[in-house]
Design a protein around this ligand. Structure first.
Ligand code: B16
Ligand code: MG
Length: 220
């Protein structure tokens, strides 16, 4: 029986991926001398800050060039650029269809938790005015592994008292769908069906989200 919902943030509730990528692009160009192609954006979705930096350094063949302290500084510099770009974020930045979808879940009485890899997630939910919808937010600093490891989705289910993981998880990234499946939850992908082919149910965009369709698919 379906008992709760676990949510990704970036790409599901709001579209912060482009802000993340613009910040990585600028930092990598200015501080590492690495020019990132736009095709890199998809590869960084759902990936933690330090894992993203490792992917970028590897891409530029610079994975052995810096100390841990230098790497932490690069990540902080990227985060400051990212936070700058969020200055004007507000409820207008909630993706289409998300607010009514959250309302329908609330009305049906399901608990919700957030399974975002972003350490900035509480700030972002606050700016969007959505904090009160969520019963719990997993703190990514407590995780041993990033997506596609199931840990974040397991913790998100446990946080809403669903130790059997009878939850629906929503994701826009392939690594996230893998994490939901490995956490024994029903995976809902939002986006391209080729990228999200492992999802149990796919909606082309957030505007198509429907609680009724999810409940029907979950039963089968
Ligand atoms: P931060 P999600 C992820 O969010 C982003 O997709 C990814 O690009 C970012 O690197 C990661 O959060 C960490 O974010 O630097 O803010 O801690 O999709 O898991 O909601
Ligand atoms: Mg995402």
């Amino acid at each position: 029986m379906l008992k709760g919902f676990t949510f990704d943030l970036d790409g599901v509730i709001t579209d912060t991926a482009n802000y993340h990528f613009a910040a990585w692009k600028k930092m990598a160009h200015d501080e590492l001398g690495i020019d990132l192609p736009d095709s890199m954006n998809d590869k960084l979705k759902g990936i933690s800050r330090m894992d993203s930096l490792d992917i970028i350094l590897k891409f530029g063949h610079k994975e052995n060039d810096y100390t841990q302290a230098q790497k932490e500084q690069f990540a902080t510099d990227k985060n400051n650029l990212y936070l700058d770009s969020l200055k004007n974020m507000s409820a207008k930045d909630i993706l289409p269809g998300v607010k009514p979808f959250l309302d329908s879940i609330k009305q049906a009485g399901y608990p919700m938790s957030l399974a975002s890899a972003s350490k900035n997630a509480p700030t972002i939910l606050n700016k969007l005015g959505l904090t009160d919808y969520f019963d719990a937010i997993v703190d990514p600093a407590t995780l041993k592994h990033g997506k596609p490891n199931p840990e974040i989705y397991q913790k998100a289910a446990e946080a809403i008292h669903e130790p059997d993981y009878d939850c629906v998880g929503l994701e826009d990234a392939a690594a996230g769908i893998q994490a939901i499946n490995a956490a024994d939850q029903f995976s809902v992908g939002i986006g391209d069906k080729d990228v999200l082919s492992k999802a149990d149910l796919i909606f082309p965009s957030t505007a198509d989200l429907s609680l009724t369709k999810i409940e029907e698919a979950y039963k089968q």
